[in-house]
Ligand binder design. Structure first.
Ligand code: CA
Ligand code: CA
Ligand code: CA
Length: 522
């Protein structure tokens, strides 16, 4: 069963009528939503959103952003001693070095605790999320977290992909780039366009090299509050300006082989140059954390890397910023070019119960994920893009005896865990529209706390224009497109670069721009 979702048109109307400028207190309403799960009627959702709305918030222009927090799954516990009723919610994350997660909630709390609650007035914040699933970072900033119910008041965020969608890129020789990040950078690079925030987002959507089929798959997202922020530039704050460029991992999965890439390094290099040369950021005020701290072999020089992209270095930008942030005159820019992760996070406490003599103690949790999450885990398009297999992680557990806990997904054993951070990988094909997770341990002293199902994307190379599939766009591909001109495109047709359903001369023209070598030489 899919989750309930409020129509975004209704939401925009509500926001425009609201006049309250104070951060509304809505965390308790969100808890209520979570607890009520699928039994919640749409009228209550409507009320909850009204109570959380800020004046003049903008969602993707008129289209609305895809709100990850309004997606819920029904949870049942047919076996077990329910101490705290389990609920489930989707979260997006940044994947730092060591494949560690920085979740959307972690991120929002770092911003709230260090840059909002610590100041007399809100500084301004501009965020670019280039990674997969990045749209899932919007809802925490919009609705708030337990640390700051109601969210913050002075920010823009744009993401390359909606919360359940991948962000794609290209590793073709000398053309390494993340498709949306590159399109957005072109817009904010003052030597070309010098775009305001909403304009940059809108123009990036139709940038010729951010091809229509990719645009439709990725569904870039935008949100600002108040909508006066739409007119902001990257340097619009008159006071101190600091920036974080963070690339958690720069590898690419090509035909199941994980290898070092350059696309995100080059993205970071371009963005850094624009901040320094065109928007007047002081080099010392721009922190760059990239992959393992070293530039990829063969890449151009010039990116001053401050260290590896670890969780600790990410946090250090907020805990000890390069220059002190004092208030509303100051501006913060956070830019992520990364892989991105997606979690289905279960929160609650279920005790194992004793079974007949001689059998292990058990608990079982049944759930039905949203179709968007299933697609992200299980579809053939997504499966080849993983940095690793999906995994189950026990995020908290009461296990005073250190007992081995065996975990089963739909009857298949995933393995045994004893420590809360142990990961159990699973075949994505195991997950279906209705699932059960069973925990077994020798005794019934074990209590299962929070756990999560996780996927981590690797950057996928765009297949557009590479007709013969040799990972290079060259004249052989262009000739094949030209030869097929006037015919109908098939599904995911690499020859249909503009996505209009036909193979035409225009597709050949676009693909010529993507050739790796001069004159499209092979
Ligand atoms: Ca989220
Ligand atoms: Ca080719
Ligand atoms: Ca076409």
């Amino acid at each position: 069963m899919s989750g309930h979702r409020l129509s975004q048109g209704a939401r925009a109307d509500v926001a425009s009528k609201t006049v309250d400028h104070a951060p509304p207190k809505c965390e308790s309403t969100h808890r209520l939503q979570k607890l009520l799960g699928v039994t919640l009627v749409s009228g209550i959702f409507f009320f909850a959103v009204v109570s959380c709305a800020w004046a003049t918030a903008r969602n993707n222009g008129a289209a609305g952003y895809q709100d990850q927090s309004l997606v819920f799954t029904p949870i049942n516990v047919p076996i077990g001693n329910v101490l705290i009723v389990p609920t489930a919610q989707y979260h997006s994350s940044i994947i730092a070095q060591g494949l560690r997660r920085i979740t959307d909630t972690d991120f929002a709390n770092l911003v709230f605790d260090n840059f909002v609650l610590a100041q007399a007035a809100f500084p301004s914040l501009n965020i670019h999320m280039g990674q997969c699933f990045g749209g899932g970072f919007i809802d925490e900033l919009d609705h708030g977290t337990a640390d700051l119910p109601g969210g913050m008041s002075n920010f823009t965020i744009n993401s390359a992909a909606a919360w359940s969608r991948l962000s794609n890129g290209q590793e073709t020789a000398s053309k390494q780039r993340n498709l949306y990040s590159n399109a957005w950078w072109v817009q904010v690079d003052a030597s070309i366009n010098n775009k305001q925030m909403l304009n940059a987002y809108t123009a990036a959507l139709t940038f010729p090299l951010f091809l229509a089929p990719e645009r439709a798959k990725q569904m870039p997202q935008y949100f600002s509050r108040p909508d006066a922020r739409d007119a902001a530039f990257l340097n619009s704050a008159p006071g101190t300006k600091i920036a974080l460029l963070f690339v958690g991992d720069d590898r690419v999965n090509v035909a199941g082989m994980i290898r070092r890439g350059q696309s995100m390094y080059r993205d970071a290099l371009r963005m850094y140059g624009t901040l320094i040369n065109l928007y007047g950021y002081a080099p010392n005020n721009v922190k760059v954390y990239y992959h393992d701290g070293t530039a990829p072999p063969g890449a151009p020089m010039g990116l001053p890397i401050d260290g590896p992209a670890t969780v600790a270095n990410f946090e250090s930008f907020f805990l000890a910023p390069p220059q002190v942030i004092k208030g509303e005159d100051d501006g913060i820019f956070i830019w992520i070019s990364d892989h991105g992760g997606l979690q289905l996070q279960f929160t609650g406490q279920v005790g194992l119960v004793a079974n007949p003599v001689g059998m292990a103690a058990q608990a079982q949790v049944d759930f039905s994920p949203d179709q968007q999450f299933l697609d992200a885990v299980a579809s053939t398009e997504f499966a080849k893009d993983f940095l690793g297999l999906p995994y189950l992680q026990l995020d908290s557990v009461l296990n005073s005896g250190g007992e081995p806990i065996s975990v089963f997904l739909n009857g298949s054993p995933l393995g045994t865990v004893t420590n809360p951070t142990d990961r159990l990988e699973f075949d994505p094909g195991l997950l279906t529209s209705t699932n059960s997770i069973r925990f077994e341990a020798p005794s019934f002293s074990v209590v299962i706390g929070d756990f999560s199902l996780n996927i981590q994307a690797a950057m996928r190379e765009s297949l557009i224009c590479d007709v013969d599939g040799n990972e290079v766009v060259d004249r052989n591909d262009i000739n094949a497109i030209f030869a097929a001109r006037g015919t109908a495109a098939v599904a995911d047709d690499p020859r249909d670069a503009d996505g209009d359903g036909m193979v035409t001369v225009n597709d050949a023209r676009i693909c010529t721009l993507l050739c790796a070598n001069t004159n499209c030489a092979p």
